[in-house]
Structure formats: C-alpha cells, structure tokens
Design a protein around this ligand. Structure first.
Ligand SMILES: Cc1cc2nc3c(=O)[nH]c(=O)nc-3n(C[C@H](O)[C@H](O)[C@H](O)COP(=O)(O)OP(=O)(O)OC[C@H]3O[C@@H](n4cnc5c(N)ncnc54)[C@H](O)[C@@H]3O)c2cc1C
Length: 425
C-alpha cells in the first residue's frame, strides 16, 4: 500500500510517521530543499493548551515527532505575556532532526519535488505529476501543502512578497492537491472580512541587537522591551495576524522577543526606521522574512472541505492535515491533524472504518469545533489554536485544559486509544 504525502511541513511530517507506523510504504514530496515549511521559522511549542494537546498526542502514540522536538529545544517551561510553560525549539537544529527521524523509519523523502497536477479516475486520484513531468502513482494521498502564499496572494492580500522561508521565486509557489482534484476550497478572512491573514512573527539577527538584550534572551528565552510611548504603532497591525493568541495589548506596547536561535519578534512586521529608534535596536536587521520591515507571508488562502476523520470531501482517496485542514494555526495543530490524516489514509486503503477522535480529547474537540465554526461567516474570520484566543477559552470552559500528564494519559486510555498512532493496522 502506497501513501503519498504532498508537502513536507509539520503536517506532512506527522502524516508520514503515522502512515508508516500503520504499515504503509510512504513517500513525502516537498517542493523546497528542506522539510518543515513554515515550521522552519517558528519554534513555540507547549504554550497554554498546546501542552495538553502535545501530551494527548504522545499518549495516542505520536511520541516520536514530539520527543524529537522536545530533544531540540533551546528553552523549556518559560512564560511570556499571556502564555505559560512554553518550549522553544532551535530552528537550526530541528529540520535535520526530523529528516533523520523520517529517513530512519524508512520513509522516502524527496525534496525539490513540486506537485503541479493530478490525474483522476472518477472521484479518485490515480497519479500526480511533478514539475519535471515525472508521474507518481499511489493508493491514497495526503494534501499537506499548507495555506501560505503563493506570491500573487501575498501581493493581492498582503504587503507584497516579503521574501519568506517558502521561497516561491526559487522553488515555485504552493500548489494545492485538493484544488487540482477539482474541489472548491475556502479562504480564511481577517476580522474586517478581507481575505487571508498575515503571519504573526518575524526574526531579527541577534548579532544586530544590543548585547544586554541578547544576554537576557540566551539566559531566559524571553526579552520584553517597552516601546517608548511616542513610538507605539497601536494595536491595528495585530488584528491582521494569523496568530490571534498573540494579539494582546502587551504585544503592542512592548517588543517581545523569544529565543529560537534568532530573536523571534512577536509581530508580523516592524518598519525598520521605527525599530531603529528603540533603544537596543539601533542596528536591528531582519533575518526572516528578509523584508520584515514591510510585511510577511499571507496564509489561510486554501482550506479543504473535510470531515472529522480528515478525509477531503469530494475526493475518494484524499486526506488532509495542517492548515489545509482548516483555520488551525500552529506546529502542534499541524502535527496532530497530520498524524490523524496519515493514520486514516492507511485505514481507508485497508477498507477499515476511519477514526474520529472523541470530543473528550482536546484534539478531537478542536477538529470538530473548527469544522463547525468554518460553516459560519464569523467563524471564517477567526483562527483557532490550543494556545490562546477562542479555542483555548473553550478548552478551559470544557475542562479540557490541564498540565497533569497522568490525567491526560488517563483520558486517552478511557477513550481506548492509547498508542493507536504507533501501531500497525
Ligand atoms: C513566520 C511564522 C512563524 C510561526 N511561528 C509559529 C510558532 O512559533 N509556533 C507555532 O506553533 N506555529 C507557528 N507558526 C504557524 C505554523 O508554522 C503553521 O501553522 C504550521 O506549521 C503549518 O504547517 P503545515 O504543514 O500545515 O503547512 P506549511 O508549513 O505551510 O507546510 C506546507 C509544505 O508544503 C509544501 N508544498 C506546498 N505545495 C506543494 C506542492 N505542490 N508540492 C510539494 N510540496 C508543496 C511547502 O513547501 C511546505 O513545506 C508560524 C508561521 C509562520 C509563517
């Protein structure tokens, strides 16, 4: 049985591992020269309800990916405004570590392999076509192509190409498997109803910052530097962010930096001339995106209609994970949905009933809640994450949020799902 995962971001990597564990032959196709997609520039894990979701996933058997992340963190159990017990992975170390995990498991990883089209037989995909015209066949496919860009979307709905990690001019833009299979996708909206959302953080070279800031960052993982009142940009820019869990007042009044290797600046972009006026930032320079003084990547441009088993509606043999599966923001969110998609792809190929995670688990509840929310206009204007904003509030209301690891393991056990993602089907 052959599973082809298109897109090697966190969702695709999670899907590949669970599909392999379930017993399939797995190939991951990634259009750039590195795995992890937008995860190459992120790093925040385990903040707020993401802790619960991570421990649930580990109890469900997705421990290999999460343990690899935990083993590549620069900081663990740190707090920053509005966020508790976060870990920060090292953005330079994580990609080789995940690639090694996949290769050691016998998963075929092909980089610089961009899918440009699909061939259908009725409602099923029979093969996919790469940009170099190579044709690959599989039994079941996973769309983990994300929702960012391509460049024309960043121009039309954002501030232009900001030269982000996705590097569309070099590798060609994102191509959606779902769209190529003839399915109409949804587009996320900002609070004002316009399309897309701008990525919510950028990175500064530590070498370009004052030594006292860098020392604080290296020692504690966090630096909060008040912005002089006359230089505050106001909260307007925060409303455009994909990650509304960071659209808090503190983020408009302070420069909040996190240490992921570079200095992660928790705002979509920051005009360089204004940044240079803030003490300690006189020589600041952007590392990602290169034009972080002007803009950032636009995301949530292509969301697949799917059920709660993560099967794409309208295509017989296509599953989806990560941002492709809805308005779910984050690495944790991408890994857990990708993992379920990979597992269910194998169940589907074996003619078994598909797995829906119960709503007694935060992951199951989030997948179901986001699907429902996306049927409403208001719901399409929000973003969902275990780490804050509407969905974290819901977790707290429902009593799903906890940092008690044994309680989380007991919930998974009660659902009869302990280790399910690590088992052969
Ligand atoms: C600047 C930035 C900072 C962030 N920081 C954090 C953070 O600190 N913590 C956190 O939890 N989340 C963070 N996020 C959000 C998080 O990165 C994403 O929500 C999540 O990682 C999405 O994963 P994904 O696999 O769904 O999509 P993506 O990461 O977009 O991956 C999709 C992959 O598919 C590939 N692809 C697309 N089309 C094709 C094709 N046709 N053929 C082959 N390959 C294709 C792409 O190249 C890409 O590698 C951040 C996002 C950004 C942009």
């Amino acid at each position: 049985m052959k599973v082809i995962v298109v897109g090697g971001g966190w969702a695709g990597s999670g899907a590949a591992v669970s599909a392999k564990n379930a017993g399939a032959e797995v190939t991951v196709l990634e259009r750039t020269d590195m795995l992890l997609g937008t995860g190459l520039v992120g790093g925040i894990m385990r903040n707020n309800g993401r802790f619960t979701a991570t421990e649930e996933a580990i109890a469900l058997g997705a421990d290999e990916v999460f343990n690899t992340i935990d083993n590549n963190c620069r900081h663990k159990n740190i707090d920053f405004p509005g966020h508790k017990h976060a870990s920060l992975y090292d953005i330079a170390a994580i990609e080789p570590a995940i690639k090694k995990l996949l290769l050691n498991k016998g998963i075929e990883v092909r980089t610089r392999a961009r899918v440009k089209d699909v061939e259908m037989d009725g409602d099923k995909i029979v093969s996919i076509l790469l940009t170099n015209d190579e044709k690959l066949s599989g039994d079941v496919f996973i769309d983990a192509t994300g929702s960012a860009g391509p460049m024309n979307n960043c121009g039309k709905y954002g501030n232009g190409c900001a030269m982000c990690i996705l590097r569309c001019p070099t590798f060609g833009g994102r191509v959606s498997l779902t769209a190529k299979a003839g399915v109409t996708e949804k587009i996320g909206k900002k609070a004002d109803g316009s399309y897309g959302a701008m990525s919510g953080s950028c990175k500064l070279f530590k070498e370009s910052l004052d030594k006292s800031i860098v020392d604080k960052l290296n020692a504690t993982g966090v630096a909060v530097i008040p912005i002089p009142e006359e230089l505050r940009k106001g909260e307007g820019i925060l409303a455009t962010k994909a990650c509304q869990q960071y659209a808090l007042k503190e983020f408009a009044e302070n420069i909040i930096l996190l240490d992921t290797g570079h200095a992660k600046l928790m705002t979509p972009y920051y005009p360089l001339d204004m940044l240079h006026k803030i003490p300690g930032f006189e020589n600041a320079r952007f590392e990602d995106p290169y034009s972080g003084g002007v803009g950032n990547s636009m995301r949530f441009m292509a969301l697949a209609p799917r059920d709660n088993a993560l099967k794409v509606q309208g295509v017989g043999n296509l599953f989806c994970g990560g941002e492709k599966a809805g308005l779910l923001v984050g690495h944790t969110e991408a890994i857990v949905t990708g993992t379920l998609a990979g597992h269910n792809a194998v169940r589907w190929a074996m003619g078994k009933e598909l797995l829906e995670l119960p709503t007694t688990l935060a992951i199951g509840d989030a997948i179901a809640y986001v699907k429902e929310a996306m049927d409403t206009e208001d719901g399409m204007r929000r973003k969902y994450t275990f780490s804050g904003s509407v969905y974290f509030n819901r977790m707290k209301e429902l009593g799903l949020y906890t940092t008690d690891v044994s309680e989380i393991a007991a919930r998974v056990e009660k659902a009869g799902l302990t280790g399910i993602f690590s088992k052969k089907i």
